[in-house]
Ligand binder design. Structure first.
Ligand code: NAD
Length: 522
């Protein structure tokens, strides 16, 4: 067993700088509660986005290794599903405590591999931890229903696990999104194959180390690695009953189609283009800090980033103050004191974002604040883009139509609330939106008429806590959003109902003649 640097660390000792790692270790996979080095021929290099130094190599696992992981989960399932829900709850309590104990270590791994600031990475861990905490309520939410449907006859429902399930994760929340699946899939009695993003699996590796310590039996949680071919393997594996996917539209629509065609349940959260509508009657200072934080925080690499601003009426006059506020943000290595945003994930991503900024210029928009070419002194080789604001944008421009996923805010002008609603509703995506106003009736009109699944009223990033569910809509989810992540719908996704109707009456009361008509229980 060769642990990677992050795994070799402990709750109190872990990397806290972007210093070059002298001997980067390959990332192992995790099967039967063991970290195992892969015999893969192909490895994917993972670089620190702030320096582009090599951190680790992630294996493109062989089919034999992937099959072994599926078989491990399959073997573990019968005993795990028969473990009492109270026993599973106890393991979840321990898992929660261990995540809290290792909070900084998890965050440090995220800053190193993904690039977001340490404070932001701590938020990434916390939002996942909250899902694990909510999963501790399993005994309550796994209860079925019972009704006496006729004399001596009752119908009851049981919520049962599916079997082996798989989760495929994106790069932008390396702890939170694995934690949308690990706690809920397992506390409901399933066994899990987790595929973290090949661009930053470190946090997921620490999470499974903690899962083992918490007492999950061998094979209940396994981690596999790789890119497209690993995903294809999971989509086609007959023993996998359900797929949870979070990521972009290209991969997600394909995964939804192929997984569903193979008879699996698939839940898939996809890309976004989240609009903020700002009304002249809002609290201007609150709005300015909210939009700057929500557009540029995490270098804009959040599926709920507010990347598009719809300025109603005279709010367009606030643009220079907005730019001033954005300029004050410190772009730096995520471990640096005072850093507000870090680099974007890769040189390719930086190039794509810069080309979308250039296309806006070409199409007639104005680059009010240009973050291209910025480099913090200490980190000249990172994937840097400072906050960028594009104004005079129209809906036909590429910078409006495409998800930029970088620290870029595009701004459009309208005259009325109705026009703002119409513009937002015409957009294909429907993940999140926000309105800034002091008027209750205005907020209510927006809330009722807007076609986005998560709405903030003076709240810039309205990601629901785990007692609710993550409810994007339109092109931001596959399959019409029938299955959403966490909350009660998340429990429903990972379980199937069994409905039992039983008759318990004395032999004398039972008719001797066969009843051939459709039973009505009446
Ligand atoms: P991505 O789609 O490139 O990758 C996600 C996962 O799919 C990875 O594990 C990757 O290995 C795999 N993958 C990628 N392309 C594939 C293909 N062609 N075939 C099979 N598998 C493939 O996404 P990303 O760049 O890691 O993450 C950013 C995207 O995720 C953004 O679009 C963002 O909006 C979205 N996202 C959405 C939510 C949400 O809840 N709606 C949350 C976070 C991120």
């Amino acid at each position: 067993i060769r642990p990677i640097s992050a795994l070799a660390s402990t709750a109190t000792s872990y990397p806290t700088t972007h210093e070059k790692i002298s001997k980067p270790e390959d990332t192992p996979y995790f099967i039967d509660n063991q970290f195992v080095p892969s015999e893969a021929e192909k490895f994917i290099e993972l670089h620190d986005p702030a320096t582009n130094n090599l951190v680790t190599r992630v294996p493109q696992m062989t089919n034999a290794e992937l099959e072994a992981a599926v078989q491990s989960a399959k073997k573990a399932f019968p005993a795990w599903r028969n473990t009492s829900v109270m026993a599973r709850q106890q393991i979840m309590f321990k898992f929660v405590a261990l995540i809290r104990e290792n909070w900084d270590r998890l965050a440090a791994s995220i800053t190193l591999e993904q690039g977001k600031t340490f404070a932001d990475a701590k938020g990434d861990v916390l939002r996942g931890l909250q899902v694990a905490e909510a999963a501790c309520g399993a005994p309550e939410f796994l209860k079925g229903e019972v009704l006496e449907v006729a004399k001596d006859m009752e119908t009851r429902t049981y919520r049962e696990p599916l079997g082996v399930v798989a989760a495929i994760c994106p790069f932008n929340f390396p702890a939170m999104i694995p934690l949308w699946s690990i706690p809920i899939a397992t506390v409901t009695g399933n066994t899990l194959i987790l595929k973290p993003s090949e661009r930053d699996p470190g946090a997921a590796m620490i999470l499974v180390e903690l899962a083992k310590k918490a007492g999950f039996p061998d094979g209940v949680v396994n981690v596999v690695h790789g890119a497209h071919s690993t995903v294809n393997f999971l989509l086609d594996a007959p023993d996998i009953k359900a797929i949870s996917f979070v990521g972009g539209n290209k991969a997600g629509e394909y995964i939804f189609t192929r997984g569903s065609a193979n008879g699996k349940r698939v839940q898939a959260n996809l890309g976004a283009k989240n609009h903020a509508a700002v009304l002249p009657d809002c609290n201007k200072n609150q709005f300015l800090s909210a939009i700057v934080g929500a557009a540029f925080g995490a270098a804009g690499q959040r599926c709920m980033a507010l990347s598009t601003l719809v300025m109603v009426g005279e709010t367009k006059e606030w643009l220079s103050e907005l730019a001033e506020s954005a300029k004050k943000l410190q772009v730096n290595g995520g471990f640096e004191e005072g850093a507000d945003l870090g680099p974007v994930i890769s040189p390719q991503s930086k190039e794509r974002i810069e080309s979308l900024i250039a296309s806006a210029e070409k199409e007639g928009a104005t680059i009010l604040l240009d973050g291209r070419g910025f480099k913090p002194e200490k980190y000249p080789n990172g994937n840097w883009i400072a906050p960028t604001i594009i104004t005079n944008v129209t809906p036909d421009m590429a910078c409006y139509k495409e998800e930029i996923f970088g620290p870029v805010l595009v701004c459009l002008n309208v005259d009325t609330l109705d026009e703002a609603i119409e513009l937002i509703n015409k957009n294909e995506y429907g993940n999140g939106t926000a309105i800034f106003t002091r008027s209750g009736p205005t907020a209510e009109t927006f809330r009722r008429n807007i076609e986005a699944g998560q709405v903030g009223v003076n709240v810039p990033i309205p990601v629901p806590l785990p007692m609710f569910s993550f409810t994007g809509n339109k092109k931001s989810v596959a399959g019409g959003g029938a299955s959403t992540f966490y909350g009660r719908p998340g429990i429903n996704f990972y379980t199937q109902l069994k409905t039992v109707t039983a008759l318990w009456s004395s032999a004398d009361a039972i008719s001797q003649k066969a009843d051939v008509a459709m039973p009505t229980h009446s």
